[in-house]
Ligand binder design. Structure first.
Ligand SMILES: Nc1ncnc2c1ncn2[C@@H]1O[C@H](COP(=O)(O)OP(=O)(O)OP(=O)(O)O)[C@@H](O)[C@H]1O
Ligand SMILES: [Mg+2]
Length: 436
C-alpha cells in the first residue's frame, strides 16, 4: 500500500493541479494513519480549491489525530456543524474538550444529540460528565438546570430532606410501575403519565426530580421550557419531538420539564397560536402516539399551576398534581442535617433551629448557611484557627436572610380560594389552615 501511495505521489508531482487525485492520495494516507502526510496533501488541495468542504473536513480530522486540537477546531469552525458527518462532529467536540472549551463542547453536543438521538460516545460522555455527575445537592453549579442537558445524577431520595409524601407518590406512581411492569398490567393499571410538582420557589421540586433519576440509576434530562421556547421559536415542535427521542434512546430516563407554565393556554400574546402547536405536539408526545414511552418517567414543575393548560391534566398525562410545601419542622431538621453534613460543625442543635425557622425553604437554608459560613471564614482568618459552625451562627444568619416562600402564598391563596376546580388546590388551603 505504501508503495502505491508513493507511486501516486510521484504522479502528482507531474500533475500538481489534479485535485481529485490528490484527494484520493490523502484518503489512502489517512487509511494508513499517515496523518501528517495526508494533512500536507489536503493543504495543497485547499490552496487550489479554496473552501473545498470535504478536504477541510479531512484536514481537521488529521489535525485531531495529530493532536493539533486548536488547528482542528479552527478548521471545523469553518464548516457547517449541521452538515458534518457524526464521526467528524465527535472529533470536533473531542478537540474542544482537549482545549478546555467545555461550554462550546456541551452546546455542540446538545446539538448533535438533537440530530442523532442515538449517538453516544464514551469519551465525550465521560468528559462532559454525562454518566458521572457527582452532584450531592450542595453544589449550585450542578443544580443549574441549563448547564447540563443529559446527565446521570447520583443524588438519591435519601439526600433529600423531608418530602415524605412526594417521595411516596413518585415511588408509587412512576418508579414501581417501571420496576414491576407485569404486576401493574395484571391489575389493569396502565403505566405512563407524569407528575406535576408545584409550589413556592426553593422547596425542592427540581432537586427531587433529579433525585428520582439517581434513585433508580436512570439518566436525567432537564428542559427549562421558558428558555427553550424562546430559543426555539419556529422550530419548537420539531425540537420537542427530538427531546422525547433523546429520552427514548436513553432509557431508563427521567424527563423533567421545568416551568411548564410556559405552555399556558392563558397566554394572550402573539406567541399564542404558535404556542398552540407546541402544546399539541407536547400532548402527542406525552400520549406516546407514535412512539413508546415505556421506561421514561415524566416529571414537571411549576410555580404557577393555574397557568398550565388544562389539557395537560387529563388521565395519562400529568394526572398527579403534587403540592411541594415549605418543609415542616420535622423536615427542616432533616434538611438542615443534610445541608450541614459536609461542613465543619461544632455545637449544633438543628432541632432548635428548625423550631425557629417556619417558612424557610431548602434554598433559604442554603443561603442562611452560606451567610454563617462567610462569618466563620472571617473569624477563622482573624484568629488563624478554623472556627466551626455553631447553633448561634445559624440563628444569627436566620435574622439576616428572611424566608422567601411566603410571598408565593399571597397569590396562591387567591387561586386556592376562588379558582379551585375539583379541589385541585386543597393542599394549599390545608397548609394555610383555611377551612372551606
Ligand atoms: N428537601 C430538601 N432537602 C435538601 N436540600 C433541599 C431540599 N429542598 C431544597 N433543597 C436545596 O435547595 C436548593 C433549591 O431547591 P430546588 O431548586 O429543588 O427548588 P425548586 O422547588 O425547584 O425551586 P424553583 O421553584 O425556584 O425552581 C436545592 O438545590 C437544594 O440544595
Ligand atoms: Mg426548580
Amino acid at each position: 500500500m505504501k508503495e502505491m501511495i508513493q507511486n501516486l505521489v510521484d504522479a502528482l508531482n507531474l500533475s500538481p493541479d489534479n485535485v481529485p487525485l490528490r484527494l484520493q492520495v490523502a484518503n489512502l494516507m489517512m487509511n494508513e494513519k499517515m496523518y501528517a502526510e495526508a494533512a500536507d496533501q489536503l493543504s495543497e488541495v485547499l490552496k487550489r480549491s479554496y473552501g473545498h468542504t470535504s478536504a477541510q473536513q479531512q484536514l481537521a480530522e488529521c489535525f485531531y489525530h495529530l493532536g493539533k486540537y486548536s488547528a482542528a477546531i479552527i478548521t471545523y469552525e469553518q464548516l457547517d456543524f449541521e452538515q458534518l458527518p457524526v464521526q467528524s462532529a465527535a472529533f470536533f467536540i473531542r478537540s474542544l474538550i482537549k482545549e478546555h472549551s467545555i461550554e462550546q463542547a456541551i452546546e455542540l453536543y446538545r446539538h448533535l444529540l438533537m440530530q442523532h438521538p442515538q449517538f453516544s460516545d464514551e469519551e465525550i460522555d465521560r468528559e462532559l460528565r454525562l454518566g458521572s455527575s457527582t452532584d450531592t445537592g450542595d453544589d449550585d453549579f450542578m443544580m443549574d438546570d441549563s448547564s447540563f442537558f443529559l446527565e446521570k445524577p447520583t443524588t438519591k431520595f435519601s439526600d433529600v430532606g423531608g418530602m415524605k409524601n412526594v417521595k411516596n407518590e413518585i415511588s408509587l406512581k412512576i418508579i414501581q410501575p417501571l420496576k414491576n411492569p407485569d404486576l401493574y398490567k395484571a391489575f389493569g393499571k396502565k403505566a405512563g403519565g407524569g407528575i406535576l410538582l408545584y409550589g413556592p420557589p426553593g422547596c425542592g421540586k427540581t432537586f427531587i426530580a433529579k433525585a428520582t433519576a439517581g434513585e433508580i440509576d436512570a439518566k436525567f434530562i432537564s428542559i427549562g421550557l421558558h428558555d427553550i421556547l424562546d430559543m426555539w421559536i419556529g422550530n419548537s415542535e420539531k425540537n420537542l419531538h427530538q427531546v422525547f427521542e433523546v429520552a427514548r434512546a436513553n432509557k431508563p430516563c427521567v424527563l423533567f420539564f421545568d416551568e411548564v407554565d410556559a405552555l399556558g393556554s392563558s397566554r394572550s400574546d402573539l406567541k399564542q397560536s404558535a404556542m398552540r402547536h407546541v402544546i399539541n405536539q407536547f400532548l402527542a408526545e406525552l400520549d406516546g402516539v407514535d412512539a413508546d414511552n415505556e421506561g421514561i418517567l415524566i416529571l414537571a414543575a411549576t410555580n404557577a399551576p393555574w397557568s398550565v393548560d388544562g389539557a395537560f391534566r387529563r388521565p395519562g398525562r400529568f394526572d398527579r398534581i403534587i403540592f411541594v410545601a415549605p418543609p415542616d419542622e420535622e423536615a427542616r431538621v432533616d434538611i438542615l442535617q443534610q445541608l450541614l453534613k459536609d461542613k465543619p460543625v461544632g455545637e449544633m442543635d438543628v432541632k432548635k433551629i428548625a423550631a425557629q425557622s417556619e417558612g424557610y425553604s431548602g434554598a433559604d437554608f442554603n443561603a442562611v448557611i452560606d451567610i454563617a459560613i462567610e462569618d466563620k471564614l472571617t473569624q477563622s482568618i482573624e484568629t488563624g484557627e478554623l472556627q466551626p459552625l455553631t447553633t448561634k451562627d445559624i440563628l444569627r444568619a436566620l435574622k439576616v436572610h428572611k424566608p422567601t416562600t411566603q410571598e408565593w402564598f399571597s397569590s396562591a391563596r387567591n387561586y386556592a380560594l376562588y379558582a379551585n376546580e375539583s379541589g385541585l388546590y386543597d393542599d394549599i388551603l390545608k397548609y394555610l389552615k383555611i377551612k372551606r
